[in-house]
Design a binder for this molecule. Structure first.
Ligand SMILES: Cc1cc2nc3c(=O)[nH]c(=O)nc-3n(C[C@H](O)[C@H](O)[C@H](O)COP(=O)(O)OP(=O)(O)OC[C@H]3O[C@@H](n4cnc5c(N)ncnc54)[C@H](O)[C@@H]3O)c2cc1C
Length: 295
């Protein structure tokens, strides 16, 4: 069905004033993570903003559609963005997008991929040979199993056990030689890869809007997240901070550095009574929150 499309008149409007590149003309901004890891900021929407503004501009522009021009008088950009963040009026934050190139070990990628709102395109180990790159914690960062958090590690383990752990990684990494030999013998890449350990690196392009990046960062910069993914989240936050300084400050003030209280916790705080819950974990969490608030 070859139907001619009707002509469309496209009007190309010039900008109202000078526009500047939020990445200062750079192709990428990179932060190295661990031994072979990388967080590279590749692109931002909006890439061009009026001179003197940052990409925060797009949040304010979208918010003013709902609040009207009237807000221009009463609230300057910073006040408006902080108000939106406090009120959890999140859609204006979705008007800013970031595209990253990440290089990370597969065990980090598995945690990361659970964040479903990003667009991801990952390296194919069916199509290409997996490069010989493995993550190894430093001996000081070989952590003991936490006694409080069943999912986590805490302070460093003794040096002798740390050495044994690193030897265990040596043996796992030695399997790479066998992987190469099996590829030479003609085993398909899609099968040869399945014996490789979780500390081998993968990479992807990852695009996400600012609202969902803040959600990701609030979970993955938190002390409950595994140290290795926290290192990546921290690098990402450092890269987006100069692009959206006002929104990043609001996020740090209201989400990252904030404490969420349950009704029971508010009641305990108000009355000075113990938490009305017999659940041990809930009580421990309340003690932790009080400590962080200096109560
Ligand atoms: C410390 C920690 C420990 C964890 N432990 C485990 C574990 O042991 N096992 C495990 O399986 N996972 C675990 N997870 C992963 C966790 O359960 C979440 O899958 C992950 O953090 C992504 O969160 P999310 O769904 O809010 O984020 P995203 O997928 O980024 O989604 C953002 C938001 O979009 C909305 N959304 C997205 N998709 C849907 C949908 N299909 N339906 C409805 N709403 C949607 C939700 O509001 C969601 O909060 C852990 C995460 C952390 C931070």
């Amino acid at each position: 069905m070859n139907q001619a499309l009707p002509p469309v008149n496209i009007e190309k409007k010039p900008p109202e004033g000078e526009m500047v590149d939020v990445m200062g003309g750079a192709a990428r901004w990179e932060v190295k993570v661990h031994d072979h890891g990388l967080v590279a900021l590749c692109d931002v929407m909006p890439r061009l903003v009026p001179a003197g503004k940052t990409a925060d501009f797009a949040i304010v522009q979208a918010a003013r559609v709902s609040y009207g021009q009237g807000t221009k008088q009463v609230s300057e950009d910073r006040g408006l963005i902080r108000y939106l963040a406090r009120q959890r009026h999140t859609t204006p934050f979705e008007m800013v997008e970031f595209k990253f190139h990440h290089v990370m070990p597969i065990f980090v990628a598995r945690q990361w991929i659970r964040h479903r709102t990003a667009n991801v395109n990952e390296y194919s180990a069916r199509y290409s040979v997996v490069p010989d790159r493995f993550y190894r914690p430093t001996p000081q960062n070989v952590r003991k199993q936490s006694t409080l958090n069943r999912q986590g590690g805490e302070e460093p383990i003794d040096p002798m056990t740390a050495r044994q752990f690193l030897e265990y990684l040596d043996r796992a990494e030695a399997i790479y030689g066998e992987y190469e030999k099996l590829l030479e013998k003609g085993v398909s890449r899609e099968l040869a890869r399945i014996g490789l350990p979780l500390n081998i690196y993968t990479e992807w392009y990852w695009k996400c809007d600012l609202h969902n990046i803040f959600h990701f960062l609030s979970l993955r910069m938190d002390a409950h997240a595994q140290q290795e993914i926290r290192d990546y989240a921290t690098a990402m936050f450092a890269l987006i901070q100069p692009i959206v300084p006002i929104a990043a400050e609001a996020f740090a003030d209201y989400q990252l550095g904030g404490v969420h209280l349950s009704r029971l916790e508010v009641e305990a705080l108000r009355t000075g009574q113990p938490l009305a819950s017999s659940n041990k974990r809930e009580q421990a969490e309340w003690e932790q929150k009080k400590k962080s608030m200096g109560v």
